[in-house]
Design a protein around this ligand. Structure first.
Ligand SMILES: NC(=O)c1ccc[n+]([C@@H]2O[C@H](COP(=O)([O-])OP(=O)(O)OC[C@H]3O[C@@H](n4cnc5c(N)ncnc54)[C@H](O)[C@@H]3O)[C@@H](O)[C@H]2O)c1
Length: 333
């Protein structure tokens, strides 16, 4: 089995590569990654000699055709992923998340693959005031990131329905774990707390997310790859519903940092106040989340505490301009 992992130098993609090396050591892995601000070769340290890494763009046919040839399966993680950045400028989201998915799907159609996993997200359902989203619910994305993911999600389905490309769609909830770019809640708060900096909470801190440890998500994706039905969508949620205030207190508690670092700042525009997934369809394939949330969060916080040499170069690089532009200049910090 030779698997192409796009976006494999990012947070979940790199965790998936490490996970596959552990769980399926016989698989050949090819990573295609553009190495945007969120992609980091250091994320693949320890497995770099055991995989093939190709720097390239999923939205370029030339780059994609060269790597898809000879692969049995594709797992498409490559995306622009930060909602706040999509609110500032959605251009790269449309190009990578939608057009990039199109290029991959079209190439898979032309060259033939056994399985194409499109990594979608619970955000495609939009805000869910109560209850739990099931796979047949309508998609009502409410921010440009979520809308671009919904576009790719349905485009992928159309390649199954129209062309018979064996596509499976994974809708995962909010992931936590090591090697996440520190613009996202957990690594931002831990690393700020270590430096005694304020941790900005949007609005009242009441936005609820369904948290899943990245290893549980990776196992869910592997379950889909090995046992999923082409043309089907599978939710993959951790079942740990927490609002931002609860997360913030948990993170700072695990980091042994004072709670007065927390600062409420103006809310994200169009902020979805709740996501929640019903994952029973994937559970029927034998998957269930295994990582205990309190223990997983503790280990995650500890990872950032132990790996300053991973995040310090990031926070003194591109991140600094983002922080100034989005937080300081706009009164959020
Ligand atoms: N993080 C979450 O909680 C979460 C939850 C559900 C679904 N997802 C989805 O999982 C996937 C991975 O998310 P993540 O959090 O690891 O993202 P990330 O931002 O950490 O990583 C994205 C990776 O994609 C690469 N990339 C971006 N544009 C590219 C392009 N044009 N060509 C090739 N590579 C490109 C980047 O260099 C980076 O390595 C995304 O599709 C995202 O929508 C994420």
């Amino acid at each position: 089995m030779r698997i192409l992992v796009t976006g494999g130098a990012g947070f979940i993609g790199s965790n998936f590569v490490h996970f596959l090396r552990r769980e399926r050591p016989d698989c050949d892995i090819v990573v295609l990654d553009k190495l945007t601000y969120a992609g980091n070769p250091a994320n693949l340290e320890g497995v770099e000699d055991e995989i093939e890494f190709i720097k390239g763009d999923v939205a370029e046919f030339e780059d994609v055709e060269a790597v898809v040839a000879g692969c049995d399966s594709i797992v498409n993680f490559a995306a622009e992923t930060h909602v706040d950045r999509s609110i500032v400028d959605a251009d790269a989201f449309i190009r990578t998340d939608i057009y990039g998915a199109y290029v991959l799907l079209e190439t898979a159609r032309a060259l033939g693959v056994e399985c194409f996993i499109q990594i979608s997200t619970d955000e495609v359902y939009g805000e869910v005031a109560e209850g739990f989203s099931v796979e047949t619910d309508p998609l009502m994305p409410r921010n440009p990131y979520a809308a671009s993911k919904a576009g790719a999600d349905r485009l992928a389905y159309s390649y199954w329905a129209t062309h018979g490309v064996p596509v499976i769609i994974s809708r995962g909830s909010n992931n936590y774990g090591p090697r996440q770019y520190p613009e996202k809640l957990i690594p931002l708060f831990v690393t700020n707390a270590i430096d005694g900096l304020e941790c900005p909470i949007y609005g009242e801190g009441k936005a609820v997310r369904d948290w899943i440890h990245v290893d549980d998500h990776c196992r869910g994706i592997l379950t889909m790859l090995e046992q999923g039905e082409p043309g089907e969508v599978y939710n993959c949620g951790g079942g740990n519903l927490r609002d931002t205030n609860q997360m913030a207190e948990g993170i700072l508690g695990a980091a042994e940092a004072p709670l007065d670092l927390l600062k409420h700042v103006p809310d994200r525009v169009g902020h979805d106040m709740r996501y929640a997934l019903d994952s029973s369809k994937l559970e029927r394939l034998g998957w269930k989340p295994e990582v205990d949330f309190a223990e997983g969060l503790r280990r995650t916080v500890q990872w950032y505490k132990d790996n300053e040499d991973w995040w310090r170069p990031i926070k003194s690089g591109e991140f600094k301009q983002w922080w100034k532009h989005y937080y300081l200049d706009q009164g959020r910090g």
